[in-house]
Design a protein around this ligand. Structure first.
Ligand code: S3P
Length: 429
């Protein structure tokens, strides 16, 4: 088992770029593969999750060349994918599994999807249920809730679906199935989840329309290959934003970060806590807003977090808990039940780890309450096999009174392979 020990830092300083956005990287492979013509992707995230998606599409006959800088995907058109001759392994990646299930439901072939022990334990009924309503035939363990999933591709019908969870994976699975379904497919959600699928479908020429609270796609239109530049992942930048805020004397410039408004909950939350985060050089790249972020260490205070901020910062709660532990006063997180079904139960995982660091944490069903401390105590934390838990506890170590060791850090490679290298570059000892 890989363990990493982090020493308290004197400051976090310098200029970095973080790797490409994970959500956009997945979607670039998927849409590039079913478009007509060539799609090029620069800034693609070469993390394990995205490589699982890439391997799956290669297994369905898609030619992808990678010169180390840019991917060149030779699109097969909407109906060009081939039946894979083996099980498609999604590794740890919920996005690969849920989005591909939607895409595969309307193909004219059979496929099977599996993943690692964490992914095989995550809920899949949330996509199987709406896809079945569209006419899909999909089987899974636990009455269709758990992978491996067996997808018997067939003709689908469009539906209008009010999603009970604000989940971009559910929404995207339905939209991708909708490209193959007769007529129109509509998805609404109570709080808007990340809209990368909608933006990229539009960019590729799909017949798609967004409206207050929802999105509609009509089938029958071929997509056209495009050039995509993937912005830096704000979910990866989040670790360094918090690092620079909580270590006194810090100033960090993070260049080329995606600032799609459905993802910037982390900036709103940390700003409300008193953090100094300046957006500079705002621009649009391949249909997505991008900016450079200048972060300076700040005295943070506890706040209450809930409502539509939750889906807009859904992957950032582990590191938000770290910021809250270094803030003055109490932070209350609610409406975040979804955290219990991520790569691990992130409420339980962060509560357990922060308690080891001397923080008073009360878990609730859909969030937690925690009281900031002057300085976290050195301790040994567990990743629970979850990349974001591992990285969050390493960031905590920068501002702790002693060393923090994190067990089982290999999972960091799923989303941020050069995390430790960047951390060692900017954390001054
Ligand atoms: C993602 C959606 C979110 C997020 C995940 C990536 C996506 O999951 O947590 O890391 O790319 O669509 P949910 O749809 O389960 O909220």
């Amino acid at each position: 088992m890989q363990t990493y020990t982090i020493k308290p830092a004197k400051a976090v300083r310098g200029e970095i770029s973080v790797p490409g956005d994970k959500s956009i990287s997945h979607r670039s492979i998927m849409l590039g593969s079913i478009a007509r013509g060539t799609t090029t992707v620069s800034g693609f995230l070469r993390g394990e999750d995205n490589m699982a998606t890439l391997d799956a599409f290669r297994a369905m006959g898609v030619e992808v060349r990678d010169d180390g800088e840019t991917l060149r995907i030779e699109g097969m058109g909407l109906h060009g994918l081939k039946e894979p001759c083996d099980v498609l392994d999604c590794g740890n990646s919920g996005t690969s599994m849920r989005l591909m299930t939607g895409l595969l439901a309307g193909q004219s072939f059979f496929s099977v999807l599996t993943g690692d022990r964490y992914l095989r334990n995550r809920p899949m009924k949330r996509v199987l249920e709406p896809l079945s309503r569209m006419g899909a035939t999909i089987f899974g363990r636990a009455g269709g809730d758990k992978a491996p999933l067996a997808v018997v591709g067939r003709g689908l019908n469009g539906i209008s679906y009010a999603s009970p969870v604000s989940s971009a994976q559910v929404k995207s699975a339905i939209l991708l199935a909708g490209l193959y379904a007769a007529g129109e497919t509509e998805v609404t959600e109570s709080h808007l989840s990340r809209d990368h699928s909608e933006r990229m479908l539009r960019y590729f020429g799909a017949d798609i329309e967004t409206f207050g609270g929802g999105v509609k796609v009509r089938s029958g239109v071929e997509l056209t290959g495009r050039d995509i530049r993937v912005p830096g992942d704000i979910s990866s930048a989040a670790f360094f934003i918090v690092a620079a805020l909580i270590v006194p004397g810090s100033e960090l410039l993070i260049k080329g970060v995606g600032v799609n408004p459905t993802r910037t909950g982390i900036i709103d939350i940390l700003t409300a806590m008193g953090g100094s985060i300046e957006l500079q050089n705002c621009r649009e790249v391949s249909g997505e807003p991008v900016a450079d972020l200048l972060v300076r260490s700040s005295a943070l205070k506890g706040i209450e977090i809930g409502g539509d901020l939750v889906p807009r910062a859904i992957d950032e709660f582990p590191v938000i808990c770290v910021a809250a532990s270094c803030a003055e006063g109490r932070t209350v997180i609610r409406d975040a039940r979804e955290l219990r079904v991520k790569e691990t139960d992130r409420i339980a995982a962060m509560a357990a780890n922060l308690r080891k660091g001397g923080v008073h944490v009360v878990e609730t069903d859909n969030g937690m309450e925690l009281d900031g401390v002057e300085r976290l105590e050195g301790c040994t934390a567990e990743s629970f096999g979850d990349h974001r838990i591992a990285m969050s506890m390493l960031i905590a170590g920068l501002a702790a009174g002693g060393e923090i060791s994190v067990n089982d850090t290999a999972c960091i490679a799923t989303s941020f392979p050069n995390f430790i290298t960047l951390l060692e570059k900017v954390a001054l000892s």
